[in-house]
Design a protein around this ligand. Sequence first.
Ligand code: ADP
Ligand code: ASP
Ligand code: MG
Length: 471
Amino acid sequence: MRVMKFGGTSVGNAAAIEQTVQILADAYRSDGRLVAVVSAMSGVTNQLIATAQAAAEGDEHAAATLQRELLERHEAVTTELIATPARREATIARLAELAARCARLVESVHVLRDLSPRALDWIVSFGERMSVVVVAAVLEERGIPAVAVDSDRVIVTDDHFGNANPLLDETRARAEAVLVPLLESGKLPVVTGFFGATHKGAVTTLGRGGSDFSASILAHALDADEVWIWTDVDGVMTADPRLVPSARTLPAISFAEATELAYFGAKVIHPRTMQPAAERGIPIWIKNTFNPEHPGTRIGPETSTNGSVVKAITAIPGVSVITVEGSGFLAVADVTARVFETVGRTGVNVYMVFQASSQHSLGFVVRRTDASKVLRALEREFELDLLKGRVARIWEEPGMAIVAVVGAGMRGTPGVAGRVFGTLGQHRINIVAIAQGSSELNISFVIREDEVARAVPAIHDAFGLGGSSAD
Ligand code: ADP
Ligand code: ASP
Ligand code: MG
């Protein structure tokens, strides 16, 4: 039994949906026991977020415009791909109903002038609710007995809105109740990616790019043999091909390496995807919807050395370095504990931590969009210390990026760090900070965001990762 997930570009227009449906139809005909997980059409989630924010800011046309645009885009592909009049009309009616429900939610955000994380999760779930209706209908049109399923009926999560954690035991029971009967009657469930719901039925999302995670959660729940993530590149590559055109596909990487790569910016897979799959030893394949013959990447329990200790270079642009500096850092442990307790309470994710005790400073990296929240919290916590001069200042350096060089076994191989930093030196790229005690799987450091486009290709070259040199 397989779970196959299709990302936003794989359902982004009529030609892509046709291709996705073809892949699903072939897989269904060869095996039969198959669950599809589908993302929103590309750009729709961003549009939903921006519109909800505009409504909260007072835009009175937001809801109506959104309703019209959502319907137009989904209706256009439905009209193009479904020839049978009755099916086409029923599908469009269903889409119109969903667009209207979504618009009503956006309207209430406008009335309240308040967009809570809870309301936002409800609103963004409509991207996936609409795309599965289209994909299931096109599959039926091609003779496959597909059924659209909303994942808030299946995936149970905690109430961490915007970045919820799945409750795997409860989800397994729901999958048995909802999905297994469909599979047993020969149906192909087409499940919405990206969201679940709490026990009480409040819709929660799994974080941006979370449909990959949905697929792996369902694979865990259904004891699937494999997860296939269909996207718009030939697999996990040695670098983002948009940044490094000579990047090549890695045939195999381990769960741990994939997690590390994803965590440090490789958007091709959501960082939490590996956890449920790894727990059950279910391999994950990354494949290209638009080049299905390419074998892609296998992510599994094993580490293959591939002839190179460095497997890939990744980057997270759009981050800020926050520094807490003070001469009164006599009790470093105490200050460190207070800093991270405070940051922890904000719920903001910290990517990297570094400390230079000789300069009495403690630094860490967060997303730029989270920086002001963190600064405010720290200024409150250290108000008295700032007044008394025990803490000299707390400040943000925006416009930074984290770069990570990832590969298993790097620790055991001398000279990797030397080569990375030597290369940056040759290119006169200044290193702002280096992570303290990096894991065995990566070396990560901070540079200015506008140097990423030079740094990543340079390191990629230095390790001979590009072109046809390996495989
Ligand atoms: P989907 O919509 O299918 O989930 P995403 O846009 O989320 O697709 O992820 C695919 C994109 O990830 C690719 O188009 C590519 O630009 C980007 N990417 C970043 N780093 C890597 C990498 N190391 N290997 C492959 N793709 C990467
Ligand atoms: N549609 C969601 C997003 O854009 C989930 C996903 O694409 O995986 O974040
Ligand atoms: Mg994605």
